[in-house]
Design a protein around this ligand. Structure first.
Ligand code: ZN
Length: 255
């Protein structure tokens, strides 16, 4: 099982990170992909990867909530890292658009997103994309940029069936995590329509813990709870959900 989006470097997980890793491995989570957020997360991620080189893969990108006034200089530095170390990074992420926290930075967010999507094409890497209250502009960008060379994961997918179908038709995939287990979530209904062929599992830990841990700290071992929930809801076994989504993750992230 692969947790395709987990902020293991987050300070909330720091004090017992070794126990977190042991629990993940015991739960059958063999690989964990850490998305970058900003300049602070990057060194933390790298030291974690050095500690767990078999299990951890890192992504490099700038989170839409952290596209500050200096965003061009930040992306210049990340671009230089990509040029030199592309083989070491599993995806461009975490990128995207977030209009929940700040609508005034949309232009900046869009420019940063386009520039980082270029890296996906240049270095032949998938993206891990965050979308919050921004499906309109996100779909506009993805329609504009649609090409066989650009494929990625819409992480923590909570969009409609129509959006899911359009994303899948463009070659993208859906990252499904703890939100799918919430009572009000429509995610399972969407998956009933679109199937699991372009679905990967994730936790987004330490955020968005699945039921029965909702509201508490999330961790990568809970990937199994997401798989179990999908299995129960879709009439499959957890092993089947694991098999399908792990194969998808290996294909999408070119492991
Ligand atoms: Zn994230």
């Amino acid at each position: 099982m692969i947790d395709t989006h987990t902020h293991l470097d987050n300070p909330q997980l720091a004090e017992d990170i070794d126990a977190v890793m042991v629990r993940a491995l015991e739960a059958g989570v063999t690989h964990m992909f850490i998305p970058n957020v900003d300049d602070e997360s990057w060194p933390r991620m790298q030291s974690l990867q050095a500690r767990y080189p078999e299990q951890i893969r890192v992504m490099l990108g700038l989170h839409p909530c952290d596209v500050g006034e200096d965003w061009e200089a930040v992306l210049d530095r990340y671009e230089a890292l990509w040029a030199e170390h592309a083989a070491d990074y599993i995806a461009v992420g975490e990128i995207g658009l977030d209009l929940y926290w700040d609508k005034t930075t949309l232009d900046r967010q869009l420019a940063a997103l386009h520039r980082q999507l270029d890296w996906c094409v240049t270095y032949d890497k998938p993206f891990s994309m965050h979308v919050r209250e921004a499906w309109g502009p996100t779909m506009e960008v993805l329609r504009q940029r649609a090409c066989p060379e650009l494929k990625g994961v819409l992480h923590c997918f909570t969009g409609s069936t129509e959006i899911a179908q359009e994303l899948i038709a463009m070659g993208h995939s859906l990252g499904i995590g703890g939100v799918a287990t919430f009572k009000t979530a429509k995610v399972v209904e969407v998956l009933r329509e679109v199937g699991l062929d372009q679905v990967v599992l994730e936790t987004d830990s330490p955020y968005l813990a699945p039921v029965p841990h909702r509201g508490k700290r999330n961790e990568s071992s809970y990937t199994r709870l997401v798989a179990q929930h999908l299995a129960d809801s879709l009439g499959l076994t957890t092993a089947e959900v694991d098999h399908i989504t792990t194969a998808n993750a290996r294909r999408i992230f070119r492991m």
